[in-house]
Design a protein around this ligand. Structure first.
Ligand code: HEM
Length: 146
C-alpha cells in the first residue's frame, strides 16, 4: 500500500460527504416543491435549485466517491473479496444508494416537466432511504461486524 493511500481515503470521505449532503437535501426540496403551483415563479426557482444541486454537487460527488472508492477496493491487500462480508454488504448498500440517485433523477424530470403527481408524504418517506443506507455503510466500514 503506497503513501498516497491515506490521501485517496481522505478524498473518498470528502466526496462521500458532498454526495450524501445532496442525497439528503434533494428529496427535501421535492417535499417543498409539492406545495407550489406548477408554472409559478417559486416553482420555477425550485427547478433551478434542483438542477444545480443535482448536476453541480450530487453527480460529480458521486463519481468522485466511486473513483476513489474503487481505487482503494482494487488496491492489493485492502480487501479480501471472498471473506470480507462487511464489504459485500457495503457494496450492496452503495449500489442501492446509486439506484436511489437514479430515482431522484427521474423525479427531478417529473418536477421539471410539471408532471409530478406524488404527494409530499412520498418524498418525506423517500428522504429516509439515504439515511438508512448511510448508517449501514458507515457501520460496515467502521465496525466491520462480519
Ligand atoms: C461509491 C462507491 C464506494 C466504494 C467503491 C467504496 C469503497 C471503499 C473502500 C475500498 C474503502 C477502504 C477501506 C479500507 O481502507 O480499509 C472505503 C472507505 C470508506 N468509505 Fe467507502 N466506498 C464507496 C462509497 C461510500 C459511501 C457512500 C460512504 C458513506 C455513506 C462511504 C464511507 C466510507 C468511509 C467512512 C470510509 C473510511 C473507513 C476507514 O476509516 O477505514 N463509502 N470505501
Amino acid at each position: 500500500m503506497s503513501a498516497i493511500y491515506p490521501w485517496i481515503k481522505a478524498l473518498h470521505v470528502a466526496s462521500v460527504i458532498a454526495w450524501m449532503a445532496g442525497m439528503f437535501y434533494l428529496p427535501r426540496l421535492y417535499v417543498y416543491h409539492c406545495d407550489l403551483t406548477p408554472g409559478s415563479s417559486e416553482s420555477e426557482r425550485f427547478k433551478v435549485m434542483e438542477r444545480r444541486l443535482f448536476k453541480q454537487i450530487i453527480n460529480p460527488a458521486m463519481m468522485a466517491s466511486w473513483a476513489f472508492g474503487l481505487t482503494m477496493a482494487l488496491t492489493p491487500g485492502v480487501l479480501n473479496w471472498r471473506a470480507d462480508h462487511w464489504w459485500h454488504v457495503k457494496l450492496a448498500a452503495v449500489l442501492l444508494m446509486a439506484g436511489f440517485h437514479g430515482a431522484l433523477s427521474r423525479w427531478r424530470k417529473d418536477f421539471l416537466e410539471d408532471r409530478n403527481r406524488r404527494p409530499a408524504r412520498f418524498y418525506r418517506i423517500a428522504n429516509e432511504v439515504p439515511t438508512i443506507l448511510m448508517l449501514i455503510i458507515v457501520t460496515m466500514v467502521i465496525v466491520r461486524p462480519f
